[in-house]
Design a protein around this ligand. Sequence first.
Ligand SMILES: Cc1cc2nc3c(=O)[nH]c(=O)nc-3n(C[C@H](O)[C@H](O)[C@H](O)COP(=O)(O)OP(=O)(O)OC[C@H]3O[C@@H](n4cnc5c(N)ncnc54)[C@H](O)[C@@H]3O)c2cc1C
Length: 385
Amino acid sequence: MTQADTLDVDVAVVGAGVVGLAIAARLAERGRVAVIERHTAIALETSSHNSQVVHGGMYYPTGSLKHVLCIEGRRLLYEWCEARGVPVRRSGKLIVATHPSELGGLDDVWAQAERNGVEGMSRLTEAEARALEPAVPAVGALLSSATGAIDAYAYARSLEAAARAGGVLFALAHEVLGAHRDSDGFTIELRDPEGNPARLRAAALVNSAGHGAPAIARALGYPLDGGDGVPVLGQRPNRGRYYDVSPSAGRAVSRHIYPVPHGTGDMPEFMRTAGGLGVHLTVDIDGGVHLGPDTEWLEADATLDYRNDDSRRAAFLAAGQRLLPSLTDADIAPGQVGYRPKLDAAGTDADFVIWGDRGYAHLGGIESPGLTASLAIAHRVAGLL
Ligand SMILES: Cc1cc2nc3c(=O)[nH]c(=O)nc-3n(C[C@H](O)[C@H](O)[C@H](O)COP(=O)(O)OP(=O)(O)OC[C@H]3O[C@@H](n4cnc5c(N)ncnc54)[C@H](O)[C@@H]3O)c2cc1C
């Protein structure tokens, strides 16, 4: 699209990550929909820098959006991928206690999974866990057979294809610089691929811009720190680095292997303060094994650099060896880097924000399990508008 300045649409969706794409595909039937994306291709930010795990939903506070939309989204995601030939596998996951002191932590996860109604969970003894994963020194484990692996980029492409087939317009290489509301909708100020200003009119505006979402909300006049019926919309990036495991060492495991989160009795509190689930082993859709992600809080305006370095080698090797003692220094190499768009909401449970206000829909804090939940998030947004 080169004539963005003349376009008038029913819905503008900012951001062509999996969430924006799922929303656009869902809303296509409602009228003229345009997706605006600052990069020259879809899904180049968080949607292609993540663990590609289809999550079970056992960790999140019961009744939270993360819990409800993870479970609903997981079912929709498997159906979507299986119907369209997107690579996905119900490969399963083990949460392992590697020391008797962690068995209580497994009880906590089990209880939370029961409260959350997560299907396909079983408790394994030491012998049962070792029969499944002989290289992992488990003294007890939980098996989640609903957890899986997905090709996230192939999934994003399938959403784009569905949206385009539904008539959705794509303005790639167009960056939203500002937006304001008037009596009959929104005017969105853009920079086109040549660097020239352009303009789009939309009756409704969906802000699924990931790390870029707070800036757009601010341009519309919303306070980022919440109040007056507006939820907290400010975000801080939290970096997650990975190390890749060599194929010869990675062959020792055949499903995702997670530690017991912290061994604590308060799962949601742990998730909130640490910002992640603890370094774990994931097996991707092609059988590649990865270690990570770790967590590192950054300032709100930090530059997101997707290059990794080797500075975390010792910590990753130690974390990896707890789950896979045969791992050696020669088996790991720096992998990808991702950035969680975390709500800047100290003191809250940092759930997803899916908030609507007079034709505006805001998607905030869409960190994990946002990939798993994306189709369910799209249903929610369709209901809001
Ligand atoms: C380390 C890590 C591991 C994860 N692992 C998993 C996992 O295993 N399973 C799971 O379910 N979830 C996982 N997630 C979460 C999942 O990746 C995200 O929830 C999901 O990708 C969010 O998609 P999105 O479309 O909201 O955001 P994004 O993919 O970031 O898309 C937002 C888009 O908006 C565009 N944009 C921003 N500002 C502007 C602007 N001003 N103008 C135009 N375009 C703009 C960006 O370029 C970007 O393409 C993980 C996340 C991280 C960081």
